[in-house]
Each structure stands twice: as structure tokens, then as C-alpha cells.
Design a protein around this ligand. Structure first.
Ligand code: SAM
Length: 334
């Protein structure tokens, strides 16, 4: 009779040392390792030289990238695997290296998480990751969100038909990525990006660069405190769900409902948990990350998000998958 298999420590060991994978990948991005290979430095000696490293360190980081499956060997050459080739080669329109470094400022704090979790100070609504930041920090932050947000914006447009819509309100719209993609696709659409004061000048830079200055406005609006523009017939609130608690998100959705045009469609694209609140891991960890800045933020479930829309008054509330394991899109009609 076959013995029942007993658990091993393998999964736990892998998880507890995952910080080393994160550190190795961030270092490779910062050193331009993948870009150098794409530019022809595709053996260990020339790649080490191109990165300006001493041979011992060059060997270490290259072997680590091979070990992690981010590089492969082929006929004595180093080659990039598919996702690395698409997203980590600088200069490509699909480059998302800035997004890979987006959460790096939190790095030290994760190392003292148990201490942070024992602190008793009441959480703050003002989320200091975005309130009172410098323009330079806003620029760094949104180079990251733009590098990933354009693709998300196109994904949104592939799911949602905006034909006939006239005004898009993007609540906490960051770089304006969703509005830029939408206005590029729909020539009669106008958009307003609502953002924190330090972010608006940066949003304006992205809008100017896109050539859509006459149709997209970047407007200062702290969505917890300030009024929303009237009569938007479509609204997006993307990738800021875990930054605030239940009361705050419910209030923002309620305010959006009141301001929107009748018949308008509201889309909350968020890092939401499944209805039973047992996963997936990525939204759960975005929620945990909020402890680092002592915000009211939490991992909300799709059932909770649907509740915010229904309580606000939206009809036909439903949730669709957006980016599997990462983002869900909950939508409702006024
Ligand atoms: C991760 S970014 C997402 C940006 C954009 N929605 C996207 O998907 O590319 C979160 C954004 O929410 C904005 N945000 C957070 N709290 C806000 C508030 N109280 N009022 C306005 N914007 C806020 C931040 O400034 C930041 O740009």
C-alpha cells in the first residue's frame, strides 16, 4: 500500500527566501542586464563588461538569472526568454522596467513587518505614499504606472466599448494612461484625470507628450475630500482600491454616482480578493503592504466592491476578470 505523502518544507523555504529573487531581478533591471543582451552583449564575458562589473559579480548575477529562468543558454549564447524580451528590454514600447522597481521604496520596511504590525497608532486616511510627495517622487512613481498602465488601458478598451461616450472621468488616474489610450481610440471623447496636487503636473507631462492636451484635462482633486466633475458618462477608478479602507472607498463610489450622468457606466478596476476572501495572493499582499504606511487601506473582496456600487445606487453591478490573479473589474450603470 502506498504511503500517504507527508508535507515537506520545500514551499515554505521557497517563500521565505523569495526576497532574494526580488532583489536579484531588481538588480538585473537596474544594471540593464537584459538590455545589454538584446544589444549584443550575449556571452558572460561581454555582458559582465557591458554592466561594468568585476568578473566574480558578473558570473553571480548571470547565473542567478539563468537559475530563475529569465535567461536561457543556446549554442554558447545567452538568450532572453519571451516575457523578459518583451518587457525588460529598455527602448521597446513595451518596456516595464520602471514598474518592476515601483515598490522598491518599501523594501526595508518589509524586513521589519512584524514590528510594524504590533504598532498601535490609529491608521491615517491621508495616504502618505501619495499625499505630500515631491514632484520627483511622483515622476518616479508614474513612470512605473505608465509603463504598465498603457497596456491596462488597452485591455480595458478591448473589454468595454466606449462608442457614443463623451466624457471619461478617471478617479486617481495617475499618468492618465487609461484616458490617453481611450482618447487615442475615440476621437470624440474628452477626459478628466483627477489627481493629487503633486501628481497633476506629472499627469500633464504625459498628456502633453501624447499630443492630447486639447481633449484631456489633469485636475487637482483629492477624491476623499473634493467634488467630482458633473456629467461624466463613463468613469474609471483603477489600481487604488487597497490604498483606502471600506468607508473611504464606499464614499468615493457614492460621490461618483451622484456626479455622473444618468446612464453613465462606472468601472472599478481593483486588486480585489475573491468573494470568500482567501486569495489570490497578490491582492492580499497589496492589502498587507498598507500597514507599512499606516493607512486605512485593506484588501477588499469583489463582493465588498459590488456592495459599494450597489449601495451607491448603481444598477447591473457585475464583476469581470481583468488581469488574472491581480485585478478585477467591477462595473455598474447609473
Ligand atoms: C497605483 S496608482 C494608479 C494610477 C492609475 N489609475 C493607473 O491605473 O495607471 C494610484 C493612484 O491613485 C492616486 N490617488 C490615491 N489617493 C488619491 C486621492 N485621495 N485623490 C486622488 N488621487 C489619489 C495616486 O496619486 C495614484 O496616482
Amino acid at each position: 500500500m502506498a504511503k500517504a505523502s507527508r508535507p515537506t518544507t520545500r514551499r515554505l523555504q521557497q517563500m521565505v527566501r523569495a526576497y532574494r529573487e526580488a532583489g536579484a531581478l531588481m538588480a538585473a533591471v537596474e544594471l540593464g542586464l537584459f538590455t545589454h543582451i538584446a544589444n549584443g552583449a550575449d556571452d558572460e564575458v561581454s555582458l559582465t563588461k557591458a554592466m561594468g562589473l568585476q568578473p566574480l559579480h558578473g558570473e553571480r548575477i548571470i547565473i542567478a538569472m539563468l537559475g530563475l529562468g529569465l535567461l536561457k543558454r543556446s549554442g554558447g549564447k545567452l538568450i532572453l526568454v519571451e516575457d523578459v524580451e518583451r518587457y525588460l528590454v529598455e527602448g521597446k514600447p513595451t518596456y516595464a522596467g520602471e514598474w518592476m522597481l515601483f515598490t522598491k521604496p518599501d523594501w526595508d520596511e518589509w524586513g521589519r513587518l512584524s514590528t510594524i504590525l504590533q504598532e498601535q497608532a490609529p491608521p491615517l486616511l491621508e495616504n502618505k505614499t501619495v499625499a505630500g510627495i515631491t514632484i520627483e517622487e511622483a515622476r518616479r512613481y508614474h513612470r512605473g504606472t505608465y509603463s504598465i498602465g498603457r497596456g491596462a488601458g488597452r485591455l480595458f478598451l478591448n473589454q468595454v466599448d466606449l462608442t457614443g461616450k463623451t466624457l471619461l472621468m478617471d478617479i486617481g488616474g495617475g499618468s492618465g494612461a487609461y484616458c490617453i489610450e481611450a482618447c487615442n481610440r475615440y476621437p470624440n471623447l474628452r477626459a478628466i484625470v483627477l489627481e493629487m496636487p503633486a501628481v497633476v503636473p506629472v499627469t500633464q507631462e504625459f498628456i502633453d507628450e501624447s499630443g492630447l492636451t486639447d481633449r484631456i484635462e489633469a485636475r487637482v482633486c483629492d477624491f476623499n475630500h473634493d467634488p467630482f466633475p458633473e456629467e461624466a458618462d463613463v468613469a474609471v477608478m483603477a489600481s487604488n482600491l487597497p490604498m483606502y479602507g471600506r468607508e473611504a472607498i464606499g464614499a468615493v463610489v457614492g460621490k461618483a454616482y451622484k456626479a455622473m450622468a444618468s446612464g453613465g457606466a462606472f468601472h472599478l478596476i481593483g486588486e480585489a480578493l475573491d468573494p470568500d476572501r482567501s486569495g489570490p495572493p497578490d491582492p492580499a499582499l497589496w492589502g498587507l503592504a498598507q500597514a507599512i504606511n499606516n493607512t486605512t487601506g485593506i484588501a477588499h473582496s469583489v463582493a465588498e466592491v459590488e456592495g459599494y456600487l450597489t449601495s451607491a445606487g448603481f444598477n447591473d453591478v457585475q464583476t469581470m476578470g481583468f488581469v488574472e490573479g491581480i485585478l478585477q473589474r467591477t462595473t455598474g450603470i447609473k
